[in-house]
Ligand binder design. Structure first.
Ligand SMILES: [Zn+2]
Length: 123
């Protein structure tokens, strides 16, 4: 009887340890890291993928058609030669999951994180 209880305890301890290791691994893989990336897509092709940090300061010019500005942990479509200007009026993107879409030029600027929100954006 005593040995049986001991065995059961060991199983529980092992299970708890495995669970803790799994959680730690998931966290280490970036689930809680809060990494933010700006992705620029043109005609279904990934043109640029830039990690946004507090020091990010970059301008991406897509042949003069769309000008994208990455500043700190934000991104925006600064200018575009499309007619509707919807992408420009979208404003500044600050969170993963947000996107500025330029349908006429088939350009998409979007922010993605490491938290699995990426899939929600792709249509
Ligand atoms: Zn546009």
């Amino acid at each position: 009887m005593r040995s049986r209880i001991k065995w059961g305890d060991l199983v529980i301890i092992a299970a708890v340890l495995l669970l803790a290791a799994g959680v730690a691994a998931a966290l280490a893989l970036g689930q809680g890291g809060g990494q933010l990336y700006a992705e620029v897509w043109r005609e279904d092709t990934l043109v640029e993928r830039v990690q946004l940090t507090g020091e990010t300061d970059r301008t991406i010019d897509l042949d003069g058609h769309n000008v994208i500005v990455l500043a700190g942990r934000t991104a925006r479509m600064q200018s575009a030669d499309c007619r509707d200007q919807v992408c420009v009026r979208t404003g500044t993107l600050t969170r993963a999951g947000q996107a500025a879409v330029c349908l006429p030029n088939r350009v998409v600027l979007k922010l993605v994180g490491d938290t699995g929100e990426i899939d929600a954006i792709v249509s």
